[in-house]
Design a protein around this ligand. Structure first.
Ligand code: TYD
Length: 207
């Protein structure tokens, strides 16, 4: 079996940058790496982008135009395909899978929408458990500075409020799920990468 690493955090926390850097670091050490993300690029992911994600910036979640439950079910359907078609086979092939977001995103975001946390956990029971979840944590003010220029002003306040709730939710989830480790995402890209490498070595390769 391979290893399964997930990056989580609010929008603008630097997940995709750090996922790529970690992937490169692992490849340089001889590991076969599969970099992936949610929402995926499959038909389900495209449907999510069309129905859920046309907010202030392309890709950011906005006010619901479909019901919150339908939103949660779409993310779960996308994830089911992701697990069965890509994640599971890659892990069985001994690869290191790095996913930019996974089911913790559904817990943090759809819980912030007002859905019941236990229902969300049940709905995602099929999702195989990662070996390590890196939660890139930073204040919403900072993340909005990074993505704010791409936001439509009228959407901005609504997005800030949601992001604040999502950050709080992530921190609560980290208390409940021991595989989640918090990394301070306020530091430089290089320092954050070094923190992540130390975590990966310690947690996954027991150095
Ligand atoms: P994001 O990672 O920003 O995708 P991209 O960079 O490709 O646009 O994810 C899009 C949004 O979807 C983001 O605001 C978080 C949200 N989201 C959920 O609400 N629930 C989920 O289960 C997932 C995976 C994402």
């Amino acid at each position: 079996m391979g290893k399964f690493i997930v990056f989580e955090g609010i929008d603008g926390a630097g997940k995709s940058t750090q996922a790529k850097l970690l992937g490169k670091w692992l490849e340089e050490r001889g590991y076969e790496v599969v970099l992936t993300k949610e929402p995926t690029d499959t038909a389900f992911g495209k449907l999510i982008r069309k129905l859920v994600l046309t907010g202030g910036r392309e890709g950011i979640i906005d006010g619901a135009r479909i019901s919150h439950e339908a939103e949660a079910l779409l993310f779960a359907a996308d994830r089911a395909e992701h697990v069965h078609k890509l994640i599971k086979p890659a892990l069985e092939g001994g690869k290191v899978v790095i996913s930019d977001r996974y089911f913790y995103s559904s817990l943090a975001y759809q819980w912030a929408r007002g859905l019941d946390l236990d229902w969300l956990i049940d709905l995602n029971r099929f999702a195989i458990k990662p070996d390590l979840v890196i939660l890139l944590d930073l204040p919403v003010k900072e993340s909005m500075k990074r993505i704010g220029s791409r936001s439509i002003k009228t959407e901005f306040d609504k997005i800030v409020e949601l992001q604040k709730k999502v950050r709080e939710n992530y921190l609560k989830l980290a208390e409940r799920f021991p595989e989640m480790k918090i990394v301070n995402a306020l530091a430089s890209v290089e320092d954050i990468h070094n923190d992540i490498v130390a975590l990966v070595e310690h947690e996954l390769f027991k150095r």
